[in-house]
Design a protein around this ligand. Structure first.
Ligand code: MN
Length: 226
């Protein structure tokens, strides 16, 4: 048995509805600008191809847990997103086989230090500090799912006030296409989560805000920024 210099990090997990066994998170991929109206509000061109970035697994925060306001930002944004949880992997997965990899779906928020993201974009620098920071990936429980992916309403409110309200069916790249594209860039594996992009209406959060998000048929999450 191997020995380690210090205790290895704990396995990050997400609960699965109806099961006592937990989903162990391997890594988190995220899709940028996957709804046309959000792409426009971010100053993008509708013809840009979607792209991926990543968050570390330990950015996960279970629904109901407080989310600490992160350092080095004065413009923390919420991005409500449908999350795909994979039970299988592979590479170069064709679109018509991609949904076979899906264990289920969850509701996530891609927390973003927008000021750092804008600065990085202006300087052509990487996004890691703006996207992959501590506690940047709140998530609901995973709902097991087979067949056609969620297509319904996706919405987020802050202190009871609606901020984002859209339809998953309006994603530019559909769930199966996202999985297939990701598998061309990385070898996917069980435990991978994919945040599929946010619709329009992103905006700032401050300490004390109560955030509630929902994807129709998938579930809901809630947290307080502290
Ligand atoms: Mn996002």
């Amino acid at each position: 048995m191997s020995q380690y210099l210090f205790d290895p990090p704990a396995v990050v997990t997400v609960p699965v509805e109806g099961q006592s066994a937990l989903f162990p998170v391997r890594r988190i991929l995220c899709v940028g600008r996957n709804y046309a109206a959000h792409r426009r509000e971010m100053g993008g061109d509708d013809r840009d191809p979607p792209f991926f970035f990543a968050k570390p697994a330990d950015a996960i925060v279970a629904s109901g847990r407080d989310v600490a306001y992160p350092p080095r930002t004065s413009n923390l944004h919420h991005e409500i997103e449908l999350v795909v949880a994979l039970k299988a992997g592979g590479k170069d997965i064709p679109v018509d086989k991609a949904l076979d990899l899906v264990l289920g779906y969850a509701v996530g928020v891609d927390m973003t230090r927008r000021d750092l993201q804008n600065a990085a974009r202006d300087k052509g620098q990487p996004w890691d500090a703006s996207k992959g920071f501590d506690a940047s990936a709140p998530i609901s429980a995973i709902r097991p799912w087979t067949g056609a992916p969620p297509q319904g309403r996706i919405n987020l409110s802050v202190n009871g006030q609606p901020r984002q309200d859209a339809t998953v069916a309006d994603m530019i790249w559909a769930t199966a296409e996202i999985i297939s594209e990701a598998s061309k860039l990385w070898t996917l594996a069980p435990g991978d989560l994919i945040y599929t992009g946010t619709p329009e209406g992103v905006g700032p959060l401050v300490r004390g805000d109560k955030v509630a998000g929902e994807v129709e048929g998938v579930g809901s999450l809630a947290f307080t920024v502290v």
